[in-house]
Design a protein around this ligand. Sequence first.
Ligand code: GDP
Ligand code: IMO
Ligand code: MG
Length: 427
Amino acid sequence: MPAIVLVGAQWGDEGKGKATDLMGSDVDYVVKFNGGNNAGHTIVIDGEKFALHLLPSGILTPTCIPVIGNGVVIDLAVLFQEIDGLEARGVDTSKLLVSANAHLIAPYNRTLDKVTERFLGSRRIGTTGRGIGPTYADKMSRTGIRVQDIFDEGILRQKVEAALDFKNQAFAKIYNRRAVSVEETVAELLSYADRLRPMVADTSRVLEEALDAGKNVLLEAGQATLLDVDHGTYPFVTSSNATAGGACTGSGIPPTRVSRVIAILKAYSTRVGEGPFPTELHDDMGEFLRKTGAEYGTTTGRPRRCGWVDTVVGRYATRINGVTDFVITKLDVLTGLEEVPVCVAYEIDGVRHDQMPVGQSDFHHAKPIYETLPGWWEDISACRRFEDLPPNAQAYVLRLEELIGARVSAIGVGPGREAIIERHPLL
Ligand code: GDP
Ligand code: IMO
Ligand code: MG
């Protein structure tokens, strides 16, 4: 059986967690392949709310094996807090597998994330402050600490020493902070080793065997296309590959195994943190979307910036990820509007752009060109078939489908697991 990739089409928080959870019972393995506890996925099951950060959303499905892939960065304190929180609520987390090659977020990288942001001042990225960027930077500069390192104290000490050699200079000389103790860092990381050991596996191998045995494997992205370090609005991005390509490097599954790419697109747009956002609304409509859509960060509680849907971004997501199916979420939030504007292109210095501009500076001052569609008033939260939707809501979805260039296979009409319209099977 082939592998399926699930990604966010915009700037995150599209409802990836809900979509993964929706497919949960048909999927044997759910693999988180990038990011760390910067992610926040809210999933509502029978009215009960779960907020996941580091664990794959498949953890809420009893039949599913959740996997943290090699592309993820792990804060072990957060991992065990999240596991304990779920266990206390009756969720079985015992099947969780963790890649031996995943990198660990050392405590000094959490500190570095916060001090660099402060240092950047008005040029800050608006990170989640979880140590994500510095940990990926260590991985790339080959001074990172991996899961497997905490099972060999000698190696761990050497690696922490090597990492702190430079960092302690920076802490003292640039950031005016106390040096970080090698011994305290080693002791903290070692304190998790016994509990972590039984979960650690060669996850790439496990997944290869699962695929050979005909199992369904879902590769679930954190963050989203425009937050991807290569394809997003750099430098206002996260530090990993959140697009479909990252699913292969971050899990050890080869591209030839992937048969389908599902992208989640919110019926409007949101963004947390700094960076360009052409359709952002600074008026009452923005406030309406934030209030009605409950657009406050699952991880940091920050109010999300809100705006109309941007199909230039949607088309870009289709191209970069090779999207085969879209899930449009939060259509219910648009209920009650007289008209719904859809961004179809940008105007940049008097020139129309139907595709993402090449230059980042152009994107920063792109003005959206809108097409305005008629709204609908009827409550759609109980609709379960496409035909049940009011004609104007159907027309909105069909127009988006046309503009983003891949079929819309499911539509979210509420936060609950059941609040979904399936037009084409996702599996
Ligand atoms: P993720 O990071 O992509 O998993 O998304 P988040 O969980 O951060 O944000 C999506 C929010 O929208 C969550 O609070 C979900 O419960 C909620 N949600 C998901 N789908 C729908 C939908 O179709 N309608 C409504 N009203 N809420 C939804
Ligand atoms: P999910 O998986 C929305 C944003 C941060 C910041 C930038 C870099 O829930 O969609 P980082 O801490 O990753 O170095 O921050 O990326 N960001 C997200 N925004 N949803 C997320 O995750 C995000 N993860 C990171 O706000 O702008
Ligand atoms: Mg989120």
